[in-house]
Design a protein around this ligand. Structure first.
Ligand SMILES: [Fe+2]
Length: 397
């Protein structure tokens, strides 16, 4: 949940007549957990239920994820994934996943179809480029380094390319997390009444929502791609879904720049939970940002070896240098998977290299899952076969 926002015209009392230009608006509740959780109320010019066509959509469903057997760590190079023309919704390349969350990578060169994911929240991390997330809640420009949360069921599209406003817009490269449920702010960051507490690594001032002007578009016979647990459907709506004259509430797309995440550092090494940014059923997502190293004279500044006995750990290396991984082949655009059952840690020589340094410039996004992650076929296509042996100095000949 996020904090309360209000955009455009809404009536003084909820569930009362809202007349605009002589027409009574159609009220819609977007609510989580039935009628008991966070919600927003939207006021449409037309019924959002006015569907005039329904058909199966020929969209490739998320890949099957094969078990990680025999269990091994992986290094996936997203820079080697195919990057032709595509959009942020239908061109996703699935890499890793389980029943709770799927991770994919997409290079978007043009605007996506209108899309509604009824399975769960989507969280994108913008690795490069820019886009505008247009939704029934309005327009929200996003840039490299932004996390973008799109709540379940919100009709939206990713506008990229010239339509995003730049004369020669580069493609938007996105790391996409698809949850089976909701992506939340960690509960320990929140006061009992839901405010981000002092000590949390970001605050409401860092959270961005849709622009304050309603997004109104005319149009008839408008297609929306709908994803449910059973697959993809195409609904033809009589009117354009972007007809909301006003809304208020606590459910809406929002963005947080990783550059606004304030790192927590200590005299000796701080554990990964200090980097936590989001939480969901079966997973957490953390941000590793440029920060001062541990400052005790005897501190070992690279992470200790660790066995994630209850989780699989995925790191996406977004920018900067990754001193603790030097010699492993890891670089910007790499994804590492360190599964439960494998003990991982810094590469040989990295502790020595860290001595005398007082800060790290790394920028990385971590996904920890509590159930094992499987691999999609595309993951094997861009996997470095030598990575599992990098701690031992190379593959035995
Ligand atoms: Fe780790």
């Amino acid at each position: 949940m996020t904090y309360y926002r209000r955009v455009g015209e809404v009536p003084r009392k909820r569930h009362t007549r809202h007349e605009v230009d002589g027409t009574i608006m159609a009220e819609e509740l977007v609510g989580e957990e039935g009628f008991s959780g966070p919600s927003s109320l939207l006021y449409h010019r037309h019924s959002p239920s006015a569907v005039i066509g329904i058909e199966q959509a020929d969209v490739t469903a998320p890949s099957e994820f094969a078990p990680n057997q025999p269990v091994r760590p992986y290094h996936l190079r997203t820079t080697e994934l195919p990057a032709g023309a595509g959009d942020a919704v239908t061109s996703r390349i699935a890499l890793l996943g389980n029943a709770d969350i799927a991770l994919s990578y997409v290079t978007a060169t043009h605007t996506s179809p209108l899309y509604r994911n009824a399975v769960g929240d989507e969280l994108a991390y913008v690795q490069s480029g820019e886009a505008v997330v247009e939704s029934v809640f309005g327009r929200m420009p996003v840039h490299a380094g932004d996390y973008v949360v799109v709540p379940t069921g919100v009709t939206h599209r990713w506008v990229v390319g010239d339509q995003a406003g730049s004369a020669a817009a580069p493609p938007a490269r996105l790391l996409m997390f698809e949850s089976r449920s909701h992506v939340r702010i960690p509960a320990r960051y929140l006061t009992p009444t839901g405010q981000l507490a002092e000590g949390a690594p970001f605050s409401e001032r860092d959270q961005r929502g849709p622009q304050p002007e309603p997004l109104l578009m005319d149009g008839t016979d408008v297609e929306i791609l709908v994803r449910t647990r059973g697959g993809y459907s195409r609904h033809l709506h009589r009117h354009h879904p972007f007809d909301v004259v006003g809304w208020d509430g606590c459910v809406y797309p929002w963005a947080l720049s990783i550059h606004d995440f304030e790192p927590i550092v200590g005299r000796i090494h701080q554990p990964p939970p200090v980097h936590q940014t989001f939480a969901g059923p079966g997973f957490v997502i953390c941000s590793f940002v440029p920060r001062l190293f541990d400052f005790d004279p005897d501190a070992v500044k690279v992470p200790y070896h660790h066995a994630n006995v209850d989780s699989d750990e995925v790191l996406f290396y977004s920018g900067g240098d990754f001193m603790s991984r030097a010699g492993s082949g890891i670089g910007v655009g790499s994804i590492s998977l360190h599964p439960a059952g494998f003990v991982h840690g810094p590469q040989p020589g990295s502790r020595e290299r860290s001595e005398g340094q007082d800060r790290t410039g790394e920028l990385a996004v971590m996904l920890d899952t509590f159930a094992p992650l499987g691999l999609a076929s595309a993951a094997h296509d861009v996997s470095d076969p030598d990575y599992p042996y990098s701690w031992a100095g190379g593959r035995p000949s």
